[in-house]
Ligand binder design. Structure first.
Ligand SMILES: Nc1ncnc2c1ncn2[C@@H]1O[C@H](COP(=O)(O)OP(=O)(O)OP(=O)(O)O)[C@@H](O)[C@H]1O
Ligand SMILES: O=C(O)C1=C[C@@H](O)[C@@H](O)[C@H](O)C1
Ligand SMILES: [Mg+2]
Length: 174
């Protein structure tokens, strides 16, 4: 059987975890979430890793575990962390290891509405007040888009359900 490796990336709240699970389920392959993988390996929630060890330590581990997944796993959908593509040469590694990387491109308004409801376990935005969210996300997404756009394909889906976006990905697989 062909080794299928699908990588989903995009801003926090863009739906990487939700949609990744649907795609994996549909293709009957495993779902891996880099944040969950890091938490299991480090035996600590991402928020606490940031608090106890700092972001630099997190980024170093994030890179190590990303490499480890590509070395040890086959047939998977992998959802990256929101910041993974933006550090070191992580995107070069991803695109060397797979031909199926997808950027979930969701607009600022939709992202801020989603993230207002669930910012607490996301250390990059946990400190923000609801009325600061939109401006922060606008600037942050602008900086990060350069890296996200390195994905092989871009999937828009502001008004689509997770299932519809998952279908778009499945229909676009190389
Ligand atoms: N297409 C969609 N339409 C409406 N809500 C969605 C859609 N995709 C995801 N959501 C909701 O948005 C929230 C964030 O989704 P999810 O946790 O999958 O994002 P993520 O990209 O994995 O975020 P993070 O980078 O922080 O892990 C969830 O509550 C999820 O149910
Ligand atoms: O956007 C980010 O920088 C992050 C997103 C999350 O997925 C986690 O990887 C962590 O909270 C950092
Ligand atoms: Mg996620």
């Amino acid at each position: 059987m062909k080794d299928v490796k699908i990588v989903l990336l995009g801003y926090m709240g863009s739906g990487k975890t939700t949609i990744g699970k649907i795609v994996a389920n549909h293709l009957n392959i495993k779902f891996l979430d880099l944040d969950d993988y890091i938490e299991q390996q480090e035996n600590m929630p991402v928020g606490l890793i940031f608090e106890n060890r700092g972001e630099l330590y997190f980024r170093k581990k994030e890179r190590e575990y990303l490499s480890q997944i590509f070395l040890t796993e086959t047939n998977f959908v992998l959802s990256l962390g929101g910041g993974t593509p933006c550090f070191g040469d992580n995107m070069e590694l991803v695109n060397e290891k797979t031909v199926n990387s997808f950027y979930l491109n969701i607009g600022i308004n939709e992202l801020s509405e989603r993230l207002k409801l669930e910012k607490n376990h996301r250390p990059m935005i946990a400190h923000l007040k609801d009325d600061e969210m939109q401006e922060f996300i606008g600037k942050h997404l602008f900086e990060r888009s350069f890296f996200y756009n390195k994905a092989h394909q871009k999937v828009k889906g502001n008004k689509n359900t997770p299932t519809e976006i998952a279908e778009k990905i499945i229909n676009s697989l190389v």
